[in-house]
Design a protein around this ligand. Structure first.
Ligand code: NDP
Length: 463
C-alpha cells in the first residue's frame, strides 16, 4: 500500500470536488429528459386552457413519472476471457395505451436520463400511431464498436438473462435502436427462447426467419419520407420529386430515408457518421453505402470517396463551431437521422439561409429547442420526430399482430399499411394544430394530440 503526501484538509477538499462532480454528472444525465418534458409541456398549454380535467387529475406529474425503472448488472466474458461489467436498463414508462413498447439502445452514452427522455417521447409517439401500444425504452452503456461477433453474442445473452424477467408479449415488447439491429435482436431472442422454451413475439425487429415482419427494417426511414410528402401536400408546397435533400446519419434510419428518397425521384446528396460527412452532388450511391455500413459493419464513410472521387468527404474535425457540415449544404428538404441534439440553432439558420423549405426528424429529438424555435418562426415545414419517425414502431406493431395470428404479410401489404399510417398521423397532427389555434405547427399538433389520447385513458381508468 502506498501513502499519498497530502493533509487531511486537502483530502476533504478532493473528496468534496469528487462529490460535486458526481452531483453535476447526475444533473447533466437528466438534463436531456427535462428538455424533452419541457418541450412537450409548454406546447400543450392550449389543451389546459380548453379543459380543466387535465389539471384536476394531475396528469402532468403522473405522465412525467415512469411506472418503473429497472436497472441491472450485466456480467460477460470478452474474447480474452476477461470479465466485463455493464449496466442494463428498462424504463417502463406508461402502459395506458397498450403493452410497453420501445427500443433497446447499446451505446456508451446510455444512462437513465437518456432512456427516460426516449421512453417519455415513445409514449407520445406510440399514441400518435393510433395503435394499442404504450411507451418504454431500454438498453445499456455497452459499446458494440470494435467487439467481435462472439462478444456481441455473449453480451446480448447476458443482457437477456436479466431482461427476460420483466418482459412479455402482452406486457413489454422491446425492439432495436442505436447499436441494436437484427443481429443483436436475434441473439436476444435466441436466449429468451432458451430460458423460457416459448416462441412468443417478445421482441420486434426480428429477422424474417425468426418471425420478423417484412419491411420492418425499412419502416422508420420510409415512414419519414411518407410523412414529409403528406406534410408538403397539406402545406401546398412542391413535392420532393427532383429536389435536393440532405440527410444525416448512415445507420438504419438514414439509409432507408435515402433509399425511399431515391425511389420517389428526389436527390439525397449527403450522409454522415460520427467521423465525418459525405457530399455527393449526383445523389448518394445507396447500394455502395449499404455495402459499407450494413454488410461490412463499421466501414468508414471515408471509403466512399475512394469509389466516388467526385464526392467530397468532410471530417468531423473540420465542422464549423457549434454546427455541422451537413446543414451547410444547399437543399430543399433536410432529414436529421443520426442522434439527439445534432442540429443546432446555427445549423437551422444556415439551412434557412440556403433555401431549405422542409425539415423532418428521423432521429429522436435531433434538433435543439432553439433550432426548432427558429424553424417555426421562419414558417419552415417542420415534422417533429415523435410523429415523423413513428413508422418503425407502427410496423413493430404489425409484427406483433403477425406473430399473434401466426400469419405473414407481404412486403407490399406492410408498406401500404405503413404509408396509410404515416399519412393518417400527419393529417391528424395538422388537424389538431388547427383545432387548437396553432395551424401549421406540427410540434404543438403532435404534442397536443398524443398527450390528449394518453391523458384521456388515464382519466377514464382512475388511479
Ligand atoms: P444506427 O445505430 O443504425 O445509426 C446511427 C447513426 O447515427 C450512425 O451513422 C452513427 O454513426 C450516427 N451517430 C450515432 N451517434 C452519433 C453521435 N453522437 N454523433 C454523430 N453521429 C452519431 O441507429 P438508427 O438509424 O436505428 O437510429 C438513428 C436515430 O433514429 C436514433 O435517434 C434512434 O433513436 C432513432 N429511431 C430509430 C428507429 C429505428 O427503427 N431504428 C425508430 C425511431 C427512431 P457511427 O456509426 O459513426 O456511430
Amino acid at each position: 500500500m502506498s501513502h499519498i503526501d497530502i493533509t487531511l484538509e486537502e483530502a476533504h477538499e478532493y473528496i468534496k470536488k469528487e462529490i460535486e462532480k458526481e452531483i453535476e454528472h447526475y444533473r447533466c444525465e437528466h438534463d436531456i429528459f427535462f428538455q424533452a418534458v419541457e418541450e412537450v409541456l409548454l406546447s400543450i398549454a392550449p389543451l389546459y386552457l380548453a379543459d380543466d380535467r387535465y389539471a384536476k387529475h394531475n396528469i402532468i406529474r403522473r405522465l412525467a413519472h415512469p411506472d418503473r425503472i429497472i436497472k441491472f448488472k450485466i456480467e460477460w466474458l470478452n474474447d480474452k476471457n476477461e470479465i466485463r461489467v455493464n449496466t442494463g436498463y428498462r424504463v417502463q414508462f406508461n402502459n395506458s395505451m397498450g403493452p410497453y413498447k420501445g427500443g433497446l439502445r447499446f451505446h456508451p452514452s446510455v444512462n437513465e436520463g437518456v432512456l427516460k427522455f426516449l421512453g417519455f417521447e415513445q409514449i407520445l409517439k406510440n399514441a400518435l400511431t393510433g395503435l394499442p401500444i404504450g411507451g418504454a425504452k431500454g438498453g445499456s452503456d455497452f459499446d458494440p464498436k470494435g467487439k467481435s461477433d462472439f462478444e456481441i453474442m455473449k453480451f446480448c445473452r447476458a443482457f437477456m438473462r436479466e431482461l427476460h424477467k420483466y418482459i412479455g408479449p402482452r406486457m413489454d415488447v422491446p425492439a432495436g435502436d442505436i447499436g441494436v439491429g437484427s443481429r443483436e435482436i436475434s441473439y436476444l431472442f435466441g436466449e429468451y427462447k432458451k430460458i423460457t422454451s416459448t416462441f412468443d413475439g417478445i421482441l420486434t425487429g426480428k429477422p424474417l426467419f425468426s418471425g420478423g415482419s417484412l419491411a420492418r427494417t425499412e419502416a422508420t426511414g420510409y415512414g419519414v419520407v411518407y410523412f414529409t410528402e403528406a406534410m408538403l401536400e397539406i402545406e401546398n408546397k412542391e413535392s420532393l420529386k427532383g429536389k435536393i435533400c440532405t440527410v444525416s446519419g448512415a445507420g438504419n434510419v438514414a439509409l432507408h430515408t435515402i433509399e425511399k428518397l431515391l425511389e420517389i425521384g428526389a436527390i439525397p446528396v449527403t450522409c454522415t457518421d460520427s467521423r465525418g460527412t459525405v457530399y455527393d452532388a449526383r445523389g448518394v450511391d445507396i447500394a455502395y453505402l449499404k455495402e459499407l455500413k450494413f454488410n461490412r459493419r463499421g466501414g468508414s464513410l471515408e471509403e466512399y470517396i475512394v469509389k466516388h472521387p467526385e464526392a467530397t468527404y468532410i471530417p468531423a474535425s473540420e465542422y464549423p463551431e457549434d454546427g455541422h457540415a451537413v446543414w451547410n449544404i444547399e437543399c430543399y428538404a433536410a432529414f436529421p437521422c443520426s442522434t439527439q441534439n445534432e442540429l443546432t440553432d446555427l445549423d437551422a439558420k444556415n439551412l434557412i439561409a440556403n433555401g431549405c423549405v422542409s425539415v423532418t426528424e428521423g432521429a429522436n429529438m435531433p434538433s435543439t429547442p432553439e433550432a426548432i424555435a427558429t424553424f417555426l418562426k421562419n414558417k419552415i415545414c417542420f415534422g417533429p420526430a415523435k410523429a415523423a419517425n413513428a413508422g418503425g414502431v407502427a410496423v413493430s406493431n404489425f409484427e406483433m399482430s403477425q406473430n399473434a395470428s401466426m400469419l405473414k404479410w407481404s412486403f407490399e401489404e406492410v408498406d401500404a399499411k405503413l404509408k396509410e399510417t404515416m399519412y393518417d398521423i400527419c393529417h391528424n397532427v395538422a388537424a389538431t394544430a388547427k383545432e387548437y389555434g396553432v395551424e401549421g405547427n406540427y410540434v404543438d399538433g403532435a404534442n397536443i394530440s398524443a398527450f390528449k389520447k394518453v391523458a384521456d385513458v388515464m382519466i377514464s381508468e382512475g388511479i
